[in-house]
Design a protein around this ligand. Structure first.
Ligand SMILES: NC(=O)c1ccc[n+]([C@@H]2O[C@H](COP(=O)([O-])OP(=O)(O)OC[C@H]3O[C@@H](n4cnc5c(N)ncnc54)[C@H](OP(=O)(O)O)[C@@H]3O)[C@@H](O)[C@H]2O)c1
Length: 188
């Protein structure tokens, strides 16, 4: 069974993006390049990824994918985008638009991942939906030396220490990489 991993950068106070969905605070952190290399290794082990529509639209715009579809990073994996709206496609990319209960696509997601893992890209509430459904195994956060007044939340769910176990801590440039194993409510 593939493992489901939420891997993201976050501010020290738990935001994925500011209230305008900007990541400008992230790209100026010293050591962001080294983190990119670590990220390529991580991506090699991923067979399917999942994101919400705000994240997808951010990538479309940031990479100018309507003009440059070849810039879609995740050619080697199926991408599941959750939205209740029709969204632009990226020619040549395996992008599957889905909506509603995340548990309903679990079988399809596992099949797409094959022998590799599933990456939950974000946002936080969508990851929370996977946690609610018992489909979240690991949280890997790269904590940036940044705080913001407000923004998009990392994981707006109550998961206490009976559910989260700190597995490792590592310094990568100016980021603190924290890995937590997630225990399922049943104890699994
Ligand atoms: N720091 C990082 O490394 C990092 C990582 C990931 C994301 N980000 C950024 O963080 C922000 C996250 O945005 P966000 O909090 O709005 O989250 P998001 O998950 O990207 O988008 C949320 C939207 O996805 C759709 N959605 C979610 N669950 C759904 C479901 N079960 N069925 C149908 N549609 C569903 C809904 O929109 P509609 O139905 O209206 O389409 C919802 O409003 C973005 O700006 C992103 O670029 C940063």
């Amino acid at each position: 069974m593939p493992r489901v991993i939420y891997n993201t950068a976050t501010t020290l106070n738990g935001f994925l993006a500011d209230e305008d969905d900007s990541l400008s605070w992230l790209f100026v952190v010293p050591g962001a390049d080294a983190a990119e290399n670590d990220f390529s290794n991580f991506l090699a082990g991923i067979g399917a990824l999942v994101m919400g529509s705000t994240t997808y639209e951010w990538i479309l715009e940031h990479e100018d994918l309507s003009e440059h579809p070849e810039r879609w990073f995740y050619r080697d994996a199926a991408s599941f985008v959750f939205s209740s709206r029709p969204l632009p496609e990226v020619p040549g990319a395996d992008i599957r638009f889905r909506e509603g209960d995340v548990a309903a696509i679990w079988g399809e997601l596992v099949e797409a991942a094959g022998a590799r893992d599933i990456w939950l890209v974000g946002g936080g509430d969508l990851v929370g939906q996977f946690a609610d459904a018992g489909h979240l195994d690991e949280i890997r956060v790269s904590v940036a030396p940044v705080t913001l007044e407000s923004g998009r939340p990392l994981l707006p769910r109550r998961l206490e220490s009976d559910r989260l176990e700190l597995a490792s801590v590592r310094k990568s440039g100016q980021f603190a990489e924290l890995v937590f194993a997630v225990r399922h409510p049943s104890g699994g």
